[in-house]
Each structure stands twice: as C-alpha cells, then as structure tokens.
Design a protein around this ligand. Structure first.
Ligand code: AMP
Length: 216
C-alpha cells in the first residue's frame, strides 16, 4: 500500500503517518524530517534547504524529488510507504507517478486531512517536538508531564524554527497556492478520500484505516 497524506501544515499528517507506519508495517517517508535531519547535520543539502525552510517556502522540486527517488530504492519500501509532506506540487506528484511506474508500483490512496486555518495556527504555535525521538506535544492540548521534557524518552522538547506565527502564515499561503491543487489532481484519478482532521487522534486514524480498507 502506497499512501499519500495531504493536508495543510499542522493537520496531523506526521502524527497519523507515524501511527499508520507502525500499524501497517511500512515506512513513513517525511521529506520535512529528511530535510531537517540534513539541516542538523550541516550537509550541502541541508545548507541549501534551510534558506527556503526558514522562510516557509518550498524547497525546489528537483531537490525533494531526488530525495524521494533515492529513498524509494530502499528494500523496506518494496511493500509500500506512507508519504507525509510529499508531494507538495503538481510537478512533484507527476514525478512520483513516474518513479512509481518505473518501480512497478503506484500510489494507491490519497487521504486529504481537512483542518481549518484557525485550528492550524492554534496547533502549530503551541507545537513542541522531541529532539531525540520526534514525539509531538502541544503546550495546551497535549502537554508533556514535565515541561520541556519528552514523556516517552526524556529527550529535550523544542519548537521548530518554522512554527512561528509569521512563518506559519506563509506556509499556509504556499499550501493554498501550490499544494491544494493536488486535491483535484488525485480526485480526478479516483483515489482521493477526505477525512475531517479535527477530533481525537484515534478516531481520525480509524477513519483513515476505513478509507484504505483496513479494519480500525
Ligand atoms: P514539513 O515538516 O512537511 O512541514 O516540512 C517543513 C518544510 O520543509 C517545508 O515548509 C518546506 O520548506 C520543506 N519541505 C518539506 N517537504 C517538502 C516538499 N515535498 N517540497 C518542498 N519543500 C518541502
């Protein structure tokens, strides 16, 4: 099963992708995570990507397409993958279709997670992530037991550089302009399913599982 999760920043793609990856036993491919890792390591890719990320803009298509192409060569992707934050432009979606075809695979389902812009702002301004294991918290809605410390592994929690209000507004603008057209792209292929992204994490996961034909 190759599954694409669509939705604005803060719609819960990362949270759901992690859960689905465990449940279905297929890897979670987050281009945002791969890019942040490159930034942390200070690689050439990281240095190039950082300028765009800090401004809430998209990293150039050819860069992210190259990353995904390479990642999909991994043996662990043979049974499928969950794409989170990719594709983000029609050019990326077309490239993904081509790459999949070359590998004899296809995008099976696309889930559009719908969340209002006010909710996105509320969620992202309070979002905190564990530096060590990537677990996510919210200072009000899902606080850790001890402020700044991960419940799961004791790691330090941090705020992503691009989770500041001005950058979030830019990321939302970019989403509307460049990523939203993918909803029609996938709808016309008959593989798009929409789920409401506001509610309990487990209920949203259940809806996604139903949409992909797995018992919740
Ligand atoms: P995310 O963690 O998915 O919200 O991504 C964080 C940032 O990484 C985005 O705002 C972009 O700057 C960059 N990024 C992640 N995925 C992509 C992509 N598929 N295309 C272009 N830029 C991306």
């Amino acid at each position: 099963m190759n599954l694409v999760l669509l939705g604005p920043p803060g719609s819960g793609k990362g949270t759901q992708a992690k859960r689905l990856s465990e449940r279905l036993g297929i890897p979670h491919i987050s281009t945002g995570d791969i890019l942040r890792e490159a930034v942390r390591e200070g690689t050439a890719l990281g240095k190039e990507a950082k300028r765009f990320m800090d401004e809430g803009k998209l990293v150039p298509d050819e860069v992210v397409i190259g990353i995904v192409k390479e990642r999909l060569r991994g043996e662990d992707c043979e049974k499928g993958a969950i794409f989170d934050g990719f594709p983000r432009t029609v050019a990326q979606a077309e490239a993904l279709d081509r790459i999949m075809e070359e590998l004899g695979r296809r995008v099976d389902r696309v889930i559009d997670i719908e969340v209002s812009e006010e909710e996105v702002l509320r969620r992202l301004t309070g979002r905190r992530t564990c530096k060590n294991c990537g677990a996510m918290y919210h200072v009000v809605f899902n606080p850790p037991k001890e402020p700044g410390v991960c419940d799961r592994c004791g790691g330090e929690l941090y705020q992503r550089d691009d989770d500041r209000e001005e950058t979030i507004r830019e990321r939302l603008r970019v989403y509307r302009e460049q990523t939203e057209p993918l909803i029609d792209y996938y709808r016309s292929k008959g593989i798009l399913y929409s789920v409401k992204g506001e509610g309990k994490i487990e209920d949203i996961e259940g809806e996604i599982l139903r949409a992909i034909g797995v018992e919740g």
